[in-house]
Design a protein around this ligand. Sequence first.
Ligand code: DGT
Ligand code: CA
Ligand code: CA
Ligand code: ZN
Length: 587
Amino acid sequence: MDNKAIANIFYETAELMKVAAEDGFRIRSYERAAEALEGWPQQVSEIYQDEKALLAIPGIGKGMAGNIRELMTGGKLAVHEEMLKKFHPSMLQLLKISGLGPKTIALIWDAFKVCDVDGVAKLASEGKLRTLPRLSEKSEQKILKAIESYRQLTGRFLLGIADEIAGKMTEFLAELPGVDKVTPAGSLRRGRETVGDLDMLVTGKCCESEPQRNKVIERILSFPGILEVIAKGENKVSFKLRSGMQVDVRLLLPESFGAALQYFTGSKNHNVQLRQRALKQGYTLNEYGLARVEDNKRVAGKTEEEIYKKLGLKFIPPELREDCGEIQAAAEDKLPDLITQADLQGDVHMHTVETDGKNTIEEMAEAARARGYQYMAITDHSKNLAFANGLDDPRAEAHVKKIRAASKQMEGITILAGIEVDILADGELDLSDSVLEQMDIVIASVHSHFNQEPAQMTDRLLRVIANPNTSLIGHPTGRQLLRREGFGFDYDKVFTAAAKAGVAMEHNAYPERLDLRDQHLRMAKAKGVKFVVNTDAHHTSHLEKIRYGVLQLRRAWLTKDDVLNTLPLAEFAKIMRRGRPVLAKMS
Ligand code: DGT
Ligand code: CA
Ligand code: CA
Ligand code: ZN
């Protein structure tokens, strides 16, 4: 059992306790322990017998240490089981639906003894929920909508998780003789924020004869973590991993690899459009190649490039293949010159041990320098985020001094002094102006009061944009993928105001966030907004997750010019200060 799995059980226990209206202090202790474990760099499975080592994790007291040992030795937690017995495991799904908080669920349970998704959907559509206190016809509609989006999301996985599995599988198969390429296709290759199933393609000499293919399939089926084999054919094998993810692997001949890669990368709608174009030009297109209709002669198929070229199109990067105008743009040579990771000069949202990060300023700086960045920023939390040990005014000032001193010591990279300051319920920022003015960069983020009405949230954000200290808005919709939908606000108004004021929008590359999402990025760009892409790293190992962020920027058709942290330090620092004198030493 890894840290993540333990954290999940603690989260679930806390959520169920909320429905049962247990003591708030006790609930919070489970949540704190779960948060701590999620970010802890060392696996507790390695240290759980050492009480001292467990207690050294912030948020883990004697009770939680006991719970961890119980889980590690028996695989179960008595409190968790007890809670599940009380309600029914289906309650856990209900808790995952945004807009259905533990209090509402408790109300429904008390009145109807219903605690599953289908049951609640039925009650809502029959108009029975509005008979409960505090619930109206409008709340019924909201709940139904939330259930619908929940149903669309279940069974999907975070891009980051799918990508890790694809990486492991590639490594695992690359060892086989005769394997030329192992490549992910499908939604993963297009960089979608969540992935339904993983599509892997294998090609090389190893796919040329049946005995060779059988060897490859045998090897694939020895991949660690396979729960069940779903289908096994001559060129294809599908299986389910223990995590629930389905993987389809296809074995392909080198001469049609490009056609297969194109076909299985999708999206389905992009392929439909492309096939129609091919037909109009007298070709058929399928996963084996592009062929002339008149004599069935193959004219392309070995590479994707030659297929697009034959159809009179510039090469369309996978991230754009969503049937959003990319085919026409490619025909007119109007595809954007998409941003790449190499364009980035810095990552400017990072936490340290001063709040809830796991590394020091220096460790983060060394890791950022190793990635070749010219600059970076330390942006720890402010006091409103009490569980993260957020900074008050004096601590924030002292931290700025520490960051400036570290930057002076450090060669080859400039460390900007920043803060991720909480946006309070009314749109005020959580620290004094006199302290914020000392920062090179101020990321203003919503971390509380997510449930405000869109109109109120809009006013809240407009106030932040009007504040001359704000450099950018952090993870602007607050969404957590597969867990919580983002809060709504008037996008037109907020993006227009931000563009006018020169306040940037963040794209937060943390795999659970990827916020702003692709459509919102495109919408904001149309209003003239500029962006900053950040990892929000809480550990040195998080810096590499920037690639998931860059994929989303590309999906939104963004270029280098749209993204401020592609600029050299002096220009970037000036924009973050919104016209006031730059404080950081430019070196
Ligand atoms: P996912 O798995 O839900 O995240 O999304 P995809 O795009 O990976 O979809 P998937 O796994 O069903 O299929 C992978 C690609 O294969 C898809 O993007 C296009 C192609 N494909 C699969 N089935 C069909 C089909 O019935 N018609 C067409 N035109 N293309 C298909
Ligand atoms: Ca797929
Ligand atoms: Ca598939
Ligand atoms: Zn944040």
